[in-house]
Design a protein around this ligand. Structure first.
Ligand SMILES: Cc1ncc(COP(=O)(O)O)c(C=O)c1O
Length: 384
């Protein structure tokens, strides 16, 4: 037998499939046998159950979190000539969706502790053309919503939550999905609730927006073959809805598993004496962080070599995100420069996500720490 330690994956999607295999297989086969592959009763039931989970009045299933953002913006009539304030430190889709509806993304820098958009920076970016702000609840922690609501109200802006990474998170006891006019969720396989493919959801408490979202996802049609809007094909497939329905009742438990794993990391980082080297995630006291990702910050010169070292030692690690959006090639025409968003740029240079999934064991987390410690002692030796 070899003494090589077992690899630690970044994420283990197969664990939840194995846990629920008979139910998931049966749900998928039920859809296949029904012949109702698109929308239909499974999607309607999932929408009802997901809305109840979030505490929202309405939920509209769609093809992905990216679709959900486009649908949300379009449903609020945001388009050419409008500006939408977003953080530059987020997944591309937040900005991509704004551009897809013809509006202009305007970046506002982030808070250095939580990596979420900084409300003070939002205020400085409001112009007469600003229509909305998209707080992205990054890595599973809600943004500073009180301050964002105040700015939005004073300037008559829509709040559109990008809750792609934070299904089940809450702010002062309110679940995300109910913290703005509309919210976009992703069920990409690695998310807090993951589909077996692409899937997404938009939530709202407004019945008119709900109606429009439902039309927009089927080519803008409320009555078949009569088109009120120029919409999209952004429907949720019934097989995904059926498999999501099986998983939804387990999400609360899985979120507990993530929270426990995060606490263990906090403790193990301390015990391994890595806390001077690796800054742990900061959790604000008035919200529930669901740890879709456990993201630490390490000094710039070390981050990339530590990432390589972890990968070389079969420990999963990922950098979300290595380049701030204002520096992306496709956004050159927006006219930003390196240096415009120093906090976002610093985060891009220093963050890394450690393996995180509800089923991760203490032994696996100890292995992650062991490899980080080995890296640190090796680099201290080299420096000596
Ligand atoms: C912050 C954020 N917004 C939007 C999306 C887009 O979701 P999807 O991949 O389901 O299109 C993601 C997905 O990773 C995300 O992390």
């Amino acid at each position: 037998m070899s003494n090589t330690p077992a690899p630690v994956p970044l994420c283990d999607i197969n664990a939840r499939y194995q846990f629920l295999k008979p139910q998931i297989d049966a749900a998928i086969l039920r859809v296949v046998a029904s012949g109702q592959a698109i929308l239909g009763p499974e999607v309607a039931a999932f929408e009802k159950e997901a809305a109840a989970f979030c505490g929202a009045d309405h939920a509209v299933g769609c093809g992905s979190g990216s679709d959900a953002l486009v649908l949300a913006l379009h449903a609020l009539d945001i388009g050419p000539g409008d500006e939408v304030i977003i953080p530059p430190f987020t997944f591309f889709a937040t900005a991509g969706a704004v551009c897809r509806v013809g509006a202009t993304p305007v970046f506002a820098d982030i808070d250095p502790l939580t990596f979420n958009i900084d409300p003070e920076q939002i205020e400085a970016k409001v112009t007469p053309r600003t229509k909305a702000v998209i707080p992205v609840h990054l890595f599973g922690q809600c943004c500073d919503m009180d301050a964002i609501w105040e700015i939005a109200e004073a300037n008559r802006l829509f709040v559109i939550e990008d809750a792609a990474q934070s299904f089940g998170s809450d702010y002062k006891g309110r679940k995300c999905g109910t913290l703005g006019a509309v919210a976009a969720m992703s069920f990409y396989p690695t998310k807090n609730l993951g589909a077996f493919g692409d899937a997404g959801l938009v939530t709202t408490n407004n019945p008119d927006i709900d109606k429009k979202l439902r039309a927009l996802r089927v080519h803008g049609s409320e009555v078949k073959y009569y088109h009120k809007y120029i919409g999209y094909n952004m429907r949720l497939d019934a097989v995904h809805a059926a498999a999501l329905r099986v998983q939804l009742p387990h999400v609360a438990n899985w979120l507990n598993g993530r929270a426990e794993a995060a606490k263990r990391y906090d403790r193990l980082i301390e015990e391994s004496n890595l806390h001077g080297f690796m800054r742990r995630p900061v959790v604000k006291p008035d919200r529930k962080h669901t740890f879709n990702q456990y993201v630490v910050q390490v000094p710039g010169t070390h981050r990339d070599s530590l990432v390589k070292y972890l990968k070389d030692n079969s420990v999963g690690v990922e950098v979300y995100y290595p380049l701030s959006l204002h520096e992306q090639e496709c956004f050159k025409d927006l006219g930003y420069w390196t240096g415009d968003f120093p906090t976002s740029e610093a985060a891009a240079a220093t963050v890394m996500a450690l393996p995180m999934f509800p089923e991760i064991t203490e032994a696996q987390q100890r292995r992650v720490m062991e490899v980080c410690t080995a890296y640190l002692s090796q680099s201290l030796r080299k420096a000596a």
